[in-house]
Ligand binder design. Structure first.
Ligand SMILES: [Zn+2]
Length: 309
């Protein structure tokens, strides 16, 4: 009896949602429905679109964005979306299959309602020869971890603004105003972060994965050796022996890694050579207290400056 009553209530709510708003629950009438692949993109869209957008994201922040498995609910959300925001390049190998499963062709890569956040970003580690995924490489078009430098957030905000203005010209002035305020706050914080990281300049670190390039570029760190043998390939005993000698010879104080890679190799290496393992986030919301662009960078830059000062 109770069960059937709850079911009636559920159907009632579903009916009300469709009758009142003619959009899925969660999005109010007139709001643009946006699906972002990552939490940082979702946060930037919210900053610029505010109450004019309903934003959902695909990749849960505690996981490695290279290897996400979208859920049926993600396919449903994308199939109803007005805009799809993604990394471009080959960071999210699951993104094109997700778009195909959702079947809304104007959201496909290169189409009108697809925002490629890498547009306009100065890419690092662009290979000078063709790489092959068969050899284990997962950065075929250059380093795709560009969200780690706050200056690239300014570029990404510009990409979002441009697309929102195109598909919703009636609210163009509103989006422009929000973007301007967001970028102004960001630029103030960028100056603050630069100052905080200044003492780290020129120091060398080891990183687990090649996701540190843009972070290192902003901070002024040197990062040339990785715990992984190459992006996507875990360390071998021989490689770890090499790293031990390298860390000693270069007087390296820190091994930097995100939360979701196995920590044992980094911990062992750090213990042998007297270095620290520094955890930094790759995704907004990866750790408590990192749930927006500002607190995300606050956390990361504090971690590295504390370790290297
Ligand atoms: Zn990567």
């Amino acid at each position: 009896m109770i069960k059937s009553k709850s079911l009636t209530i559920l159907f009632g709510i579903a009916f009300l949602c469709s009758a009142l708003y003619m959009t899925p629950c969660g999005a109010a009438e007139g709001q643009l429905k946006v699906v972002a692949t990552q939490t940082m993109y979702a946060d930037i869209v919210k900053e610029i679109g505010k109450d004019k957008v309903d934003v959902k994201y695909v990749a849960q922040p505690k996981f490695n964005v290279h290897f996400i498995q979208p859920k049926p609910s993600d396919v449903r959300n994308v199939s109803k979306a007005d805009l799809y925001v993604n990394a471009g390049l080959d960071l999210e190998a699951w993104s094109d299959p997700l778009l195909e499963a959702a079947g809304k062709s104007d959201l496909f890569r290169g189409r009108e309602r697809n925002v490629d956040m890498s547009r306009g970003v100065r890419l690092l580690d662009v290979p000078d020869h063709q790489l092959s995924r068969a050899e284990g490489d997962i950065h075929l078009y250059g380093n795709p971890h560009y969200t780690m430098n706050p200056e690239n957030v300014v570029v990404m905000a510009g990409n979002i603004l441009e697309k929102l203005k195109t598909i919703d010209p009636a609210n163009a002035a509103y989006y422009e105003e929000n973007e301007k305020a967001f970028v102004a706050r960001l630029e103030d914080k960028i100056a603050e972060w630069r100052k905080l990281c200044n003492p780290c300049k020129g120091q060398e670190v080891i990183s687990y994965h090649k996701d540190i390039a843009y972070f290192a570029d902003f901070v002024g760190l040197k990062a040339e050796q990785y715990i992984e043998v190459k992006p996507g390939i875990p360390p071998t005993p021989k490689h770890l022996e090499f790293l031990e000698e390298y860390v000693k010879a270069h007087n390296i104080k820190a091994i930097v890694m995100p939360t979701y890679y196995p920590k044992d190799a980094a911990d062992k290496l750090a213990a042998r050579v007297g270095a620290k393992v520094v955890t930094i986030c790759q995704n907004v919301g990866e750790l408590p207290g990192t749930d927006n662009v500002f607190s995300f960078f606050d956390y990361n830059f504090k971690q590295i400056s504390d370790a290297l000062k």
